[in-house]
Design a protein around this ligand. Structure first.
Ligand SMILES: *[C@@H]1O[C@H](CO)[C@@H](O)[C@H](O)[C@H]1NC(C)=O
Ligand SMILES: *[C@@H]1O[C@H](CO)[C@@H](O)[C@H](O)[C@H]1NC(C)=O
Ligand SMILES: *[C@@H]1O[C@H](CO)[C@@H](O)[C@H](O)[C@H]1NC(C)=O
Ligand SMILES: CC(=O)N[C@H]1CO[C@H](CO)[C@@H](O)[C@@H]1O
Length: 697
């Protein structure tokens, strides 16, 4: 999905003396600004009169940013990776076997080591014959070598193409073909995928594998390609002296392929200036990020949020420890029982997360509390309730002895799940629910600010103040962007609406990217330059501005469908209501202009459904059989109706029929994006028959 919503969550301990929150709700954070281009209602960050471009003298590119930090922070630790002690197979009672990892402590590179590795890699790239006009691609999981290879390419003014690991083979070939990549940088896992599509990739000449052990079974399938390891390229570069070939701010740093909800992914061209502007802007509004911070990196680096977050840590001289979503906590899937997860070894102070991961942590905690039951459950609920009430008044007013005691006796153990030192969390991919925000506020003693941005605007957009505890909005524009609302008459949104101006969100400023690679038409559709030279990107999202200058996302243009009799249905709004049912793991509402009612595909929550079935005494051989049962469908539908009623949905908004599905929608299946947003087009295609059935029966 092209939208990357960026939410930031910030803890409060270090801010507790700055009692600025009492009048927070009435303080203006964004102010009206006069701009060129299409008429609309435009707001800028109240604290910065002009748009921010760079926070440092002489730093205008990502290559300069790294060099600057390596000079300043030389012997400090910088990039850490965990040692693999053992890979083991654990066999579950049902005979399935799972790979478990036994991981050791973090091994660190200092800033000096890292810079040396970057320079050697970049020299090696030149030695291999990669010319400056050719592009390189990185197709790998998040790890230290990812950042080193990226920066190595930058020192040769080589544009790097990034591809989500979950994009699928066709999209992978399309991206590599379109950008005529000659050097492909990947992990050994990805080599296997590449071996399968070798025949479709004509431009690729060489492959650099980030792992030492290149699987031998792939070598014959990769015929014609030169395959080297990262260490070999580094060693090659260490033996030669090659003058750096540094980029200019206007040169394209990254072509980031984003999984569009329709058709092939599009490559967004980001310049060095774009990236530096966003990094500088975000740093300015998040004070106190510094060299003592430790950041746990595990989200995909092909995601602009992660790329920006890691470079903020680079800029301030902090440390980055690498992990993965499957090894994050002690109870993560791939962690061998009795050994430690990434967070408990690293003890990070900063963390980025998608709301789905925050929800997973939240459900984990609530489940544990539930299982314990008795007094400790009562205590937790009491503590949670007290803190919630306190939060409702003023976040800082609530920071007293009582809070201290609750934290000491109830929440301290919960904080330990993520190491116990988290000061600041970044959340991206989707809007964070108010419940999840409160959960982090309370259980992790962390204040939450939410933000909003897109790959096309280089993650620039809106960003709420870090000590703002109100829910439901994404804050004022970041200091590198203007946010404009324009009328959308067909959808019934206008900037003259009362009580707040509403309309399509258009983002302008330093951070707006150049457009889509080799796609003039789509670029012209979504980007415009006004008479004053400011670039604007049309997001297709619908928002409204609160009186304090904070933006709230209320809808999406594409997600509003007109039914046969002319009523407009907002798919996202209805889905958000229906997903409240405990039986629903995921849901997609389908509406079209040829019918007067809508229908829904519902992925059942196995746990809730099985619990219900055992209560009812319903027998079934497996969960897929249970999902097919008429009673199950009826039970789920009844609970959807209840949710719909609670959310006051109109009759035409409520699905007239539903299909209960059993298999979860995962990024691997291509039905949701890496950020776990549903991909309507793919789901529609996959369940075409089911949808037809729903309309015909
Ligand atoms: C960097 O590479 C791009 C694309 O090949 C080229 O247009 C640009 O002039 C180069 N920049 C410098 C400073 O040579
Ligand atoms: C990529 O290019 C090759 C050769 O030009 C072609 O055979 C293949 O179908 C292309 N694949 C995609 C997904 O565009
Ligand atoms: C918080 O305040 C709102 C209104 O300001 C109220 O509706 C809600 O019930 C309160 N919640 C708690 C837990 O006190
Ligand atoms: C790369 C890019 O789009 N740069 C523009 C950023 O915004 C400033 C002013 O808003 C323009 O002058 C730049 O050309």
């Amino acid at each position: 999905m092209k939208t990357v919503i960026v939410g930031f969550i910030f803890p409060l301990i270090f801010l507790s003396l700055r009692n600025r929150n009492r009048n927070r709700r009435h303080k203006r954070q964004g102010v009206y600004v006069d701009v060129g281009g299409e008429p609309g209602f435009t707001v800028r960050n109240a604290r910065f009169e002009s748009l921010v471009t760079s926070a440092w003298d002489g730093v205008t590119t990502l290559a300069e940013l790294l060099e600057h930090s390596c000079k300043n922070y030389g012997d400090q630790i910088f990039l850490g990776s965990r040692e693999l002690i053992a890979r083991e197979n654990e066999v579950a009672p049902d005979g399935k076997s799972f790979e478990k990892l036994h991981l050791g402590g973090y091994k660190w590179l200092t800033f000096r080591d890292a810079f040396e590795a970057v320079v050697c890699f970049s020299n090696g790239l030149a030695e291999l014959g990669h010319s400056r006009h050719e592009r390189a691609a990185i197709f790998a999981d998040t790890r230290a070598e990812w950042l080193l290879a990226l920066q190595g390419c930058f020192r040769r003014n080589v544009t790097v193409v990034t591809i989500y690991a979950s994009l699928g083979e066709e999209a992978l070939c399309h991206s590599l073909n379109e950008t005529e990549v000659t050097t492909l940088i990947c992990g050994s896992k990805e080599l296997k995928t590449l071996a399968k599509v070798r025949g479709q990739l004509e431009c690729v000449k060489r492959v650099i594998c980030l792992d030492e052990d290149i699987p031998s079974d792939t070598s014959s399938a990769l015929h014609g390609w030169r395959v080297l390891s990262f260490a070999e390229v580094r060693a090659l570069g260490g033996r030669v002296m090659v003058e750096a070939d540094l980029p200019l701010p206007a040169d394209v740093a990254v072509i980031m392929y984003t999984s569009g909800s329709t058709g092939m992914p599009k490559g967004v061209m980001m310049t060095h200036a774009n990236m530096v502007a966003t990094i500088s802007a975000v740093m300015r509004i998040v004070p106190n990020v510094g060299r003592n911070d430790i950041y746990l990196a595990y989200l995909p680096m092909a995601h602009v949020l992660e790329l920006v977050a890691e470079h903020i840590v680079v800029a301030v001289g902090g440390a980055i420890g690498y992990g993965s979503p499957l090894t994050l906590t002690d109870s993560s899937n791939k962690i061998k029982k009795g050994t430690k997860g990434d967070a408990t070894v690293l003890l990070p102070t900063l963390l980025a997360a998608v709301p789905a991961i925050i929800d997973r942590v939240r459900y984990g905690v609530l489940k544990q509390v539930d299982t314990k039951g008795g007094l400790s459950k009562k205590l937790f609920n009491l503590a949670y309730e007290r803190r919630l009430q306190a939060l409702n008044g003023s976040w800082f007013g609530a920071w007293g002895l009582e809070a201290f005691l609750w934290n000491l006796f109830v929440f301290r153990k919960i904080r330990k799940v993520l190491g116990g030192h988290i000061r600041l969390m970044l959340s991206g991919g989707a809007p964070l629910s108010a419940d999840a925000q409160r959960f982090i506020n309370i259980c992790f003693s962390a204040g939450i600010g939410q933000g909003y941005g897109l790959t096309e605007t280089c993650a620039g957009g809106a960003f709420s103040d870090f000590d703002d505890s109100s829910v439901g909005h994404v804050g004022p524009p970041v200091p590198s962007s203007y946010i404009k609302l324009i009328d959308w008459p067909e959808g019934g949104y206008s900037i003259n609406d009362s009580p707040m101006p509403r309309g399509e969100i258009v983002i302008g400023g330093t951070n707006v990217t150049l457009g889509y690679f080799k796609n003039e038409e789509k670029t012209r559709e979504s980007y415009k330059v006004d008479e004053r030279g400011v670039r604007w990107f049309y997001t297709g999202d619908i928002g409204r501005f609160h009186a304090d200058g904070c933006l709230e996302i209320i809808d999406r243009k594409k997600d509003i469908v007109k039914l046969q009799h002319g009523e407009y249905v907002s798919l996202g709004k209805v889905e958000a209501a229906l997903i409240g049912s405990s039986y629903v793991d995921n849901v997609m509402l389908h509406a079209d202009p040829f019918h007067s009612y809508c229908v829904a595909l519902v992925v059942a929550s196995h746990e809730a459904l099985e619990k219900w079935a055992s209560k009812q005494g319903i027998t079934y051989s497996d969960i897929s059989e249970l999902c097919k049962k008429e009673e199950a469908m009826k039970e789920v539908y009844a609970s959807l109706l209840k949710e719909a009623k609670n959310s006051r949905l109109e009759k035409f908004e409520i699905p007239a029929k539903i299909k209960l599905l059993c298999n979860p929608w995962t990024p691997e299946s291509g039905l949701v994006t890496a950020a776990l947003k549903i991909k309507r087009e793919s789901i529609r295609k996959t369940f075409d028959n089911e949808l037809k059935e729903l309309y015909s029966s």
